[in-house]
Design a protein around this ligand. Sequence first.
Ligand code: PTJ
Length: 258
Amino acid sequence: MTDYDTVSADVEHEEEIPEDHPRYQDLLTRHRIETGVEKGITHLQGMHAEGRGSAFDYLLGEETIPSADAAERAAAAHLLLADRPVLSINGNVAALVPGEMVELAAATGADLEVNLFNRTPERIEAIAEHLREHGAATVKGLEADARIPNLDHQRGKVDEDGIYAADVVLVPLEDGDRAEALDEMGKTEIVIDLNPLSRSPRVADVPIVDNIIRAVPNITEHARDLADADEDELRGIIDDFDQERALEEAEVRIRNGF
Ligand code: PTJ
């Protein structure tokens, strides 16, 4: 028996998970989602979503593959060039990377907006408060004074001066219907999703097939690196990025392991 066998799935604090555990990232992710559910931030369905993601991440080797890194650099370029960039936050995102999303917003001048598939006033407020505790000065999504066209009432609720007016939107772990509806609104969409066959990354201008816990800090790092880049350089990075190829490379890696 290794020491790892003594690591329980229901540790109380994430610091108890040994960082050298071979499945450290998976245990950490699972723990954060469970805590999110307990706090009323994450919906129970978020656990199913996490399980699906975890299986794909295992097949990817739990690492950022080169095509995902290129997508993360293109995402940073889009966010820096945008007039009104918005980072969309759901219950899984809030549980997994609250502070990291606040940092990305600061590095790119983006707004944070809570946008839920299973929308209730209690969850919206709990997530907004959680983000504030992690340093967010302003959180959008509470007004909900506009609607995404062609999406049913609850799921289509957005802020008029947030996602509705945004030119570039980062939508991690997104439901396919909403990703399609945002695409139809003409938004430049950046999607983080570990399943390259899912509808959301397939409609995205920039599909990022990577675990959100690696992807978001890496986009921030690229954004900081590109902070002094001029418009031509940023446009060059965007033009060089090939979304079809990124999806294909992720699928090949998942199917073949190389
Ligand atoms: O908080 P709410 O009410 O807005 O609900 C959020 C969930 C995630 C429950 C809802 O949007 C949903 O049901 O999403 P889906 O349709 O299950 O899609 C989630 C996608 O995210 C799946 O394709 C997963 O593979 C992927 N995924 C899950 N965990 C991660 C992930 N991708 C990147 N990083 C992860 N950690």
